[in-house]
Design a protein around this ligand. Structure first.
Ligand code: NOJ
Length: 493
């Protein structure tokens, strides 16, 4: 054999050896995901009210908020093209479609005062079509598009929002419950609280760096819990679905695995990130390290109270146990380095944590600056959450790769193949009950501050074409084959 051929064969077999070549269990459900503001468009049609993202991008200099100055006014125009979306889902062969409801499409000002029947009909038609095609909707009640009217009341800074959210949830359960078995209350609160209420990068754009994020976290947890109790008390017996908070988590690994200081910093980074929402829901209350550190840092900064809202025992009990499954968004992981305590003014969440995180230089880089590929991290975090929270089931509700839109998107194939392989390892070798995977995303869509510059879709959308034509990429064909064969390679053993 020619030496170069040996080398080529070795590369092929070693890269394949990394990918699990076993079959996904028959019960495992493949799916795809998207979210209302990112795909629907129709921002003011048929009675829809204004959301904070509509407001944020209409009343600010657009390029100061979004890199290409765009917005979600039309996006993929799924408000009109939803039947084509369902056709594509069917052709892919998925059994799950994760989507979110636009709060202001069904309650124009967010309050239960006025229900917009046209908005209700839009989702009922969509759910019926999905069900007719054997596709189970996984429905997020809140994927970041708060009614502007409720934001004017303080949004996630005002604890009364929890009651508005529970009332909205009740209307969704009443109208859509017969079609929906998986509900996610709120998507990725770490992102929306941090970016929206501390860093000012997402709507509503507040830069309350000393405590906005914590107050938002507190109100988010109350809102989630109240909605869960509405379902539990009024709908579960009849509808038999599951309700959960959507977490985004990653492996936080010590930069130097042998350095106890880095180990402690990595643990702290996990507890003050992922577990800041996971613990209240699965264990009860914030993680102790979070309570202690924020109290100490507040004191150092002359606050006669802690900047982290203190839960009453009644609130702890209300929130604890309110997750019927664990919807996990996973993209990448971090190496965490211990540093001396950061001090300065005003106090803020970064000083409270006081660690430095980075990606390993060998991890492949996506178009999004924050996204690198480390599939093993998914297995690590699944094991960790399984041990700490022992949920009845996990669904990987987001996982995906951004590029600049190429149709032959080999980078996306490599990423999703490796991550699905890690999931299969978790199921088969670690005994973690992962029951489904909804890849992010079904199609290219509005990527928040990155506008339309970063593409996550299996399906390309032509945003210059008024029809918003959809074209399958190589990754869609690859995924279709995985779904049909339940195997990540062309042929499994
Ligand atoms: C998290 C969000 O839930 C989703 O809206 C976003 O598009 C993806 N991650 C990619 O950034």
């Amino acid at each position: 054999m020619q030496p170069y051929l040996v080398v080529v064969l070795c590369i092929i077999s070693s890269s394949k050896a990394d990918i699990n070549n076993k079959y996904f269990p028959e019960s495992f459900q493949f799916g795809a995901a998207g979210a209302a503001y990112q795909i629907e468009g129709g921002w003011n049609e048929d009675g829809k009210g204004e959301s904070i993202w509509d407001h944020f991008l209409h009343y600010n200099n657009p390029t100061s908020k979004v890199i290409d100055g765009t917005n979600g006014d039309v996006a993929c125009d799924s408000y009109h093209n939803w039947q084509e979306d369902v056709d594509n889902l069917k052709k892919l062969g998925v059994k799950l479609y994760r989507l979110s409801i636009s709060w202001t499409r069904i309650l124009p000002d967010g309050t239960p005062y006025q229900v917009n029947q046209e908005g209700i009909d839009y989702y009922v038609n969509l759910f019926k079509a999905l069900k007719q095609n054997g596709i189970e909707p996984v429905v997020t009640l809140y994927h970041w598009d708060l009614p502007q009217h409720l934001s004017d009341f303080g949004g996630f800074l005002n604890p009364q929002l929890a009651d508005y959210f529970a009332a909205y949830a009740r209307i969704c359960f009443e109208n859509f419950g017969p079609y929906v078995k998986y509900w996610m209350t709120i998507n990725e609160p770490t992102s929306t609280c941090g970016m929206g209420y501390s860093m000012g990068l997402y709507a509503p754009g507040y830069t309350l760096i000393d405590g906005g994020m914590y107050q938002c976290a507190y109100v988010t947890l109350l809102a989630h819990a109240k909605a869960w109790h509405v379902y539990n008390d009024e709908f579960r017996a009849q509808q038999g679905g599951k309700v959960a908070l959507g977490l985004v988590c990653s492996a936080q690994m010590p930069l130097d695995p042998n350095n106890p200081k880095d180990q402690e910093a990595a643990e702290r980074s996990h507890l003050m990130g992922c577990a800041s929402f996971g613990n209240p829901v699965f264990v009860g209350n914030w993680p102790q390290v979070m309570i202690d550190r924020i109290a100490a840092k507040s004191k150092e900064a002359n606050y006669p109270f802690t900047r982290l809202p203190v839960f009453t025992q009644e609130e702890i009990d209300l929130i604890k146990g309110t997750s019927d499954f664990l919807p996990l968004n996973y993209y990448s992981s971090s190496l965490v380095e211990y540093i001396d305590e950061l001090v300065g003014f005003p106090p803020n969440a970064w000083f409270d944590i006081s660690v430095v995180t980075s990606a390993n230089k060998s991890w492949p880089q996506a178009a999004s600056p924050w996204l690198t590929s480390y599939p093993e991290g998914l297995r690590i975090i699944l094991n960790r959450l399984n041990k700490d929270y022992n949920p009845s089931e996990f669904i990987i509700t987001e996982n995906g790769w951004s590029d600049t839109g190429e149709l032959d998107d080999q980078g996306r194939i490599t990423y999703i193949q490796a991550h699905m392989s890690a999931i299969l390892d978790s199921i088969l070798e670690d005994g973690v009950n992962v029951t489904g995977y909804t890849v992010w995303s079904l199609m290219d869509s509005f990527e928040w501050t990155a506008g339309y510059t970063e593409k996550f879709g299996l399906i390309k959308v032509d945003f210059d074409d008024p029809q918003r034509t959809r074209t399958w990429k190589s990754s869609a064909k690859y995924y279709q084959n995985v779904i049909a064969t339940r195997c990540l390679l062309n042929q499994c053993e």
